[in-house]
Design a binder for this molecule. Structure first.
Ligand SMILES: *Cc1c(COP(=O)(O)O)cnc(C)c1O
Length: 313
């Protein structure tokens, strides 16, 4: 007689995860216990949108901007969740408060969800909202933040806007992951991808800026419009620095005086090598450094903070 494996009553994850708190299907739970169905189209088709906001010294930074971008993505993807913006903000506050984290990376997601009978019609799926808070993480590690990242300008073309609208934050990451492996093979630490015309687009979860003769520029096309990118525009206006969104060629980037990348995960991060060659003097430049300092100083301003109320420890 054939012996069958025993059916487990519930799934126990053998893989480690960071500490943190999640919200899914109406329940708050340790992030290690948060699961989605294998039949969720967010997983099977990358049919999902998401956003990432951070908490720094016990307060969210530019929370409203992240929630607005998320709701715009929902609308463009014909998704809906049973919460309005205030209720989403409340859930995000709760996951952070329950996690006890003063510096947190907070991700919130809407997946297409499961469809009864595994229908291929996305209109039949019930969308799922998930949120979690884990310790704050950065694109660059402390050493890279100090000496600047080494980047490779790859030949990989970012998925073009007529295929996937890049202004919707999404999980179509196979091009970005391919870029990362290309970069590692060439001895670099992270990657830049091109747009379909061969101009610089963006990297895995970050936007890019160049500085030449005091003028700052960033790509205008084929990119996710980062909230950190927007913060740089705001800072430049305050500092009366010129900051333009336009096409940027790989050659222009290699010949820039300074380069930095921006992301909620890490803020403003200097780049000091491109394709193995030093950018400018090869050390993080003064303008990038000033912008980085001001970016972190903004975190103390009430205009941009939403403080979290934590349970008594
Ligand atoms: C999230 C993300 C960014 C950076 O956006 P921020 O809002 O500044 O964090 C840039 N590019 C892509 C592809 C992203 O997913």
């Amino acid at each position: 007689m054939r012996k069958f494996p025993e059916l487990s009553p519930r799934y126990i994850d053998p893989h480690p995860s960071p500490k943190g708190t999640a919200y899914t299907d109406g329940q708050y739970l340790p992030v290690s216990e948060a699961k989605i169905s294998v039949l969720d189209y967010g997983f099977l088709h990358s049919d999902a949108t998401y956003d990432v906001v951070h908490v720094w010294k016990g307060a969210f930074f530019r929370l409203d901007a992240h929630i607005d971008r998320f709701f715009q993505g929902l609308e463009k993807l014909h998704m809906s969740i049973p919460y309005n913006k205030e209720q989403v903000a409340e859930i995000l506050h709760n996951v952070v408060a329950l996690s006890g984290l003063e510096n947190a990376y907070v991700e919130f997601i809407c997946t297409r969800g499961n469809a009864p009978d595994f229908s291929r019609d996305p209109r039949n799926a019930i969308n799922r909202f998930i949120a979690f808070a884990i310790p704050f993480g950065s694109v660059a590690n402390p050493e890279q933040l100090e000496r600047g990242l080494h980047i490779a300008i790859t030949d990989v073309v970012r998925i073009p806007p007529p295929s996937v609208d890049p202004t919707i934050k999404n999980y179509h990451w196979l091009d970005l992951v391919r870029g990362l492996y290309d970069a590692y093979e060439r001895g670099a630490e992270t990657a830049l991808l091109l747009d379909s015309e061969g101009n610089i687009a963006e990297g895995p979860g970050f936007n890019i800026f160049i500085i030449k003769d005091g003028a700052i520029a960033t790509p205008d096309h084929g990119i996710l419009q980062g909230i950190t990118r927007q913060t740089i525009f705001d800072l430049c206006q305050q500092l009366q620095l010129t900051c333009t969104a336009r096409r940027i060629t790989p050659v222009e980037l290699e010949n820039a005086d300074e380069v930095f990348i921006t992301s909620t995960a890490g803020g403003v991060m200097p780049v000091t090598k491109a394709n193995g060659n030093a950018i400018g003097s090869g050390i993080p430049g003064p303008v990038s450094q000033r912008i980085k300092d001001l970016y972190w100083a903004m975190h103390d301003s009430d205009a941009w903070r939403s403080p979290v109320t934590y349970p008594d420890h």
